[in-house]
Ligand binder design. Structure first.
Ligand code: SF4
Ligand code: SF4
Length: 274
């Protein structure tokens, strides 16, 4: 298990532990400040801080220290972990006050508006209070699952975000071009910005036909983490378990059912790699 689960999961994954959705977490003033920031106009300042921290993480020598500090402070702020489709469904069943808001990462990075972030807990009430003129769509768990399923088909991975661990507040459907968390990890080396998920994709070579009738291997096309390599001589793919985030997009899109998700902890070489 990851250290988030060790500290906050009981015997479950931290985001599947019903206790972590309790309102008692709202008594924490620091958490409330984060919730106000990420829900209200403070989000711009919040993203600005993340960008500044990230830039410093690239400076030679000093960058190592900045990354260490970043990894230390992120769990006390706002970030998350990749989850597979099945866990994403379980999260919306555990959460209450589901609502869709436009994705702030897409707005910030690409200037586009897209309602793909499922928010829950106190966010709805806070958003209505802080941004009364902005659009908010209240949804049922089934509508949330439909959005997650459609996003999965579109090639968006799912990530559960906390407002100070272990309190989950958002299930986002994102892509590597837009996602601030992805950039924190991949562009600037702050791993806690986006933790790997609990599974890895494993190939059943007997079932893979190299997407013979497709223009390109579909799993390769949909993997946003660089974990899949194409062996053109043997016309087969290989999955690098070290690089796999367990998002499951390759599983969804493989027409042959050749990839399954298996628990990270069953593979000694990667079980501590989050
Ligand atoms: S190999 Fe599959 S499960 Fe792993 S990161 Fe790529 S798409 Fe996701
Ligand atoms: S999508 Fe499935 S069949 Fe196609 S290359 Fe990947 S594993 Fe093989």
């Amino acid at each position: 298990m990851c250290d988030y689960c060790a500290s906050h999961g009981g015997k479950l994954r931290w985001y599947l532990n019903p206790e972590n959705y309790s309102d008692r977490f709202l008594d924490d003033k620091k958490r409330m400040k984060i919730l106000y920031d990420i829900t209200g106009w403070g989000i711009d300042q919040y993203l600005d801080h993340a960008t500044k921290l990230s830039k410093k993480a690239k400076i030679p020598i000093l960058g190592g220290l900045v990354r260490k500090i970043g990894n230390y402070i992120v769990p006390n702020k706002h970030s998350g972990q990749v989850v597979n489709l099945r866990d994403a469904f379980k999260i919306v069943d555990l959460a209450d006050n589901l609502c869709i808001l436009d994705c702030v990462c897409r707005k910030n990075i690409r200037g586009s508006k897209e309602g793909v972030c499922i928010n829950f807990g106190p966010i709805k009430e806070l958003f209505q209070k802080l941004k009364p003129s902005e659009k908010i769509e209240v949804i049922t768990p089934n509508e949330a699952k439909d959005l997650i399923k459609k996003s999965d088909k579109r090639g968006f991975y799912h990530q559960v975000l906390y407002a100070k661990l272990p309190y989950p507040v958002v299930l986002c459907n994102c892509d590597s071009n837009s996602c601030t968390a992805y950039k924190l990890r991949f562009n600037f080396g702050i791993e806690r910005g986006m933790m790997k998920g609990h599974e890895v994709g494993i190939l059943d070579e007997k079932k893979c036909d190299g997407c013979e009738y497709q223009k390109a291997p579909l799993c390769l096309h949909y993997c946003q983490f660089g974990a899949i390599k194409w062996n053109s001589n043997e016309r087969i793919i290989q999955i690098d378990k070290n690089m796999c985030f367990g998002c499951g997009l390759c599983v969804t899109h493989c027409p042959k059912g050749a990839i399954s998700l298996q628990k990270r902890i069953n593979f000694p070489e990667i079980k501590q790699m989050w």
